[in-house]
Design a protein around this ligand. Structure first.
Ligand SMILES: CC(C)(COP(=O)(O)OP(=O)(O)OC[C@H]1O[C@@H](n2cnc3c(N)ncnc32)[C@H](O)[C@@H]1OP(=O)(O)O)[C@@H](O)C(=O)NCCC(=O)NCCS
Length: 145
């Protein structure tokens, strides 16, 4: 089942799934709930998850950026796509990202972009939505704080 993140998911596989992506750290439960409320109250921030047999096994985030350019256009940013290692290769992340592309379209985004490592280009190129797919465009830059 693909749906939006709920507070109860935080301790039901969501954070463990994120560990397949990067370091999550040891998070204080109160701080974790505070962060959930902050994200949940932001209409431009959507965390979508896949629930399999009652546990969260995959997730991806859509952040919608309202702009002045392009006639007050909006841009979708996909972040933190991840599937728990045991559930990879079953088409789950593809389904989540397709649902986020649908959401971005519904919210009026004129494009949706993301950064990824070179080895993931073929994964994103295979994702088809509305007869189109992601294509390589430009370069990604980073400043570490
Ligand atoms: C990338 C990732 C999210 C894909 O999740 P998934 O649920 O396994 O993806 P899917 O099953 O929907 O994959 C769809 C297709 O992409 C391919 N694919 C999946 N992961 C891939 C990878 N790491 N590199 C290249 N191709 C990949 C699959 O083989 C599949 O191809 P097929 O349809 O020809 O068999 C998952 O491998 C993951 O969590 N990786 C670690 C975290 C990460 O790197 N996230 C990306 C941040 S940009």
């Amino acid at each position: 089942m693909i749906r939006d993140l709920r507070e109860s998911d935080l301790t039901n596989g969501f954070l463990d799934t994120l560990r397949s992506l990067t370091i999550v750290g040891e998070i204080n439960p109160d701080e974790m709930k505070k962060r959930f409320k902050e994200i949940d109250s932001d209409p431009n921030y959507i965390i979508r998850v896949a629930e399999v047999e009652g546990k969260i096994v995959s997730s991806a985030t859509l952040v919608i950026e309202p702009k002045f350019i392009h006639n007050l256009g909006k841009v979708g940013h996909i972040e933190d796509a991840v599937t728990d290692q045991k559930f990879q290769g079953k088409g789950i992340a593809t389904k989540i990202i397709q649902s986020l592309l649908e959401e971005a379209k519904k919210r009026g985004c004129y494009k949706t972009i993301l950064d990824c490592d070179d080895e993931l280009i073929s994964f994103y190129e295979k994702i088809n939505y509305d007869g189109r797919s992601f294509h390589k465009h430009g370069s990604c830059m980073r400043f570490d704080h």
